[in-house]
Design a protein around this ligand. Structure first.
Ligand SMILES: Nc1nc2c(c(=O)[nH]1)N[C@H]1C(S)=C(S)[C@@H](COP(=O)(O)O)O[C@H]1N2
Ligand SMILES: [Mo]
Length: 412
């Protein structure tokens, strides 16, 4: 290893410099693509691009094994030179810690099917925490170390022991160097810009359904409360599942649609004997059942032990009478954009439900209320929010995310 580094340093000095520049670009690409993947706002804008971006992010992330190994080797080699420089040593540990942490959690997220939802959930939280903490740290350090900040005054202070002699008495040290000032300003700027989103994120992910956290806020800001309010069955309130564990990330590819008694309805049509349509007053009177199930998003997070109350899809279809030719159902969202397609064969095997309540309370608008689909054994991109129509068709339907690269077969 030592010989390799030596050769790299002497014979390939240029390459070393290039490698450094490459590292910079890798970090920039990973940070930008990562932030775009993280932000809910970008989901709808990116569409198909999201799947490409994720592939890019993963590929670049894996490629970054090379520079990380290189940094490890370099840090090991020059460790002696850092003797006494505790701050710099600390810095090396921190940066390496972030890089290795991102890499490991990223690998687990990449292999989410292999490691299972429990592990990928933890990996996603770790990946996010590292991003919220590490990104400002690294931006701060790379900006404050930029050449334009290294003014001469600062340098003389640094090398005080060797440069101060009788002819050149030490200049009185300014309380703030230009550099320290800019450093402070950048630090404050980062704290102000990134800090609040970090705290918001922290509150949301730690809040869970059990605590005083986000789901209560989502319920409080429910803009789709229809009347009469659905009354929970005994199994829902208190929830037989004990209440959901974990928290939902609000995903939508459109602005949250709003519904009132006047414009809400649910239809079952297409290849059925008897097309059906309910308005809210009729719909809340339908007999409901309760199920406890886990909810898994393909991006790595899960919410466990949700007590959902609603009408099993199978019962809905029986009411309408499915024709022999029908092969699958399209679930349409009232947002006018989102759909998912599930075959009748898959629906027969699954406990898919048209859910009206979650843990004994109406589903808030952000989470797809008043009524959403729940397909517990499939990844949640099948679980259409603001469900408005079930259409039976002859062939198979490729849904919103499926058109943009997600697998049509979505069993967890
Ligand atoms: N109408 C609609 N339904 C949707 C989505 C969406 O963007 N629009 N996203 C899907 C995805 S990918 C997931 S993970 C879940 C997220 O549900 P939540 O926002 O309630 O957490 O909803 C699914 N149903
Ligand atoms: Mo998802």
């Amino acid at each position: 290893m030592k010989g390799w580094l030596e050769r790299l340093r002497k014979g390939y000095g240029r390459k070393l410099v290039m490698l450094h520049a490459w590292n910079g670009w890798l970090v920039v690409i990973l940070a930008l693509s990562g932030l775009l993947l993280l932000g809910g706002f970008w989901r709808g804008v990116l569409g198909e691009g999201r799947v490409w971006l994720k592939t890019l992010h993963i590929a670049v992330g894996i490629a970054s094994v090379v520079p990380i190994a290189y940094y490890l080797a370099l840090a090991g080699k020059h460790w002696k030179q850092l003797r006494g420089k505790r701050w710099q040593k600390f810095n090396v540990y921190v940066v390496l810690g972030f890089l290795v942490g991102w890499l490991l959690s990223g690998l687990l997220l990449w292999q989410f099917k292999l490691v299972g939802p429990r592990v990928s959930n933890v990996a996603l939280i770790a990946h996010d925490v590292l991003t919220w903490m590490g990104l400002p740290y690294i931006i701060y350090h790379s900006i404050t170390r930029a050449k334009w900040l290294k003014d001469p005054k600062r340098r003389t202070v640094q090398s005080e022991a060797s440069s101060v002699d009788d002819l050149h008495p030490a200049a009185p040290q300014p309380v703030y160097t230009r550099r320290a000032f800019i450093r402070g300003a950048i630090g404050a700027g980062l704290a102000v810009t990134i800090g609040p989103s970090f705290m918001k994120w922290l509150g949301e992910s730690m809040g869970g359904a059990g605590g005083s956290g986000s789901i209560d806020k989502l319920i409080a800001s429910n803009s789709n409360e229809l009347l009469p309010a659905p009354q929970p069955m005994p199994a829902s309130s208190p929830p037989i599942g004990g209440g959901a564990q974990g928290s939902f990330r609000v995903y939508t590819v459109t602005p949250i649609p709003s519904f009132s008694n006047a414009n809400w309805s649910l239809r079952v049509d297409g290849l059925v004997d008897q097309p059906l349509e309910w308005d809210w007053e009729q719909f809340v009177k339908l007999k409901r059942t309760v199920q406890v199930s886990d909810f898994h998003c393909v991006t790595g997070w899960s919410v466990y032990s949700n007590t959902w109350e609603g009408i099993p899809v199978k019962e809905m279809l029986e009411m309408a009478g499915v024709q022999k030719k029908a092969v699958s159902a399209i679930f349409h969202s009232g947002d006018g954009v989102y759909t998912s397609g599930i075959t009748l064969e898959q629906l027969a095997k699954d406990d898919a439900m048209i859910a009206v309540m979650h843990d004994g309370k109406p589903i808030p608008s952000d989470l797809g209320g008043p009524v959403r689909l729940i397909v517990p054994k499939m990844y949640a991109y099948k679980s259409v929010k603001w469900l408005s129509r079930i259409e039976l068709i002859e062939g198979e339907h490729i849904g919103y995310w499926e058109q943009r690269g997600y697998a049509n077969e979505a069993w967890v």
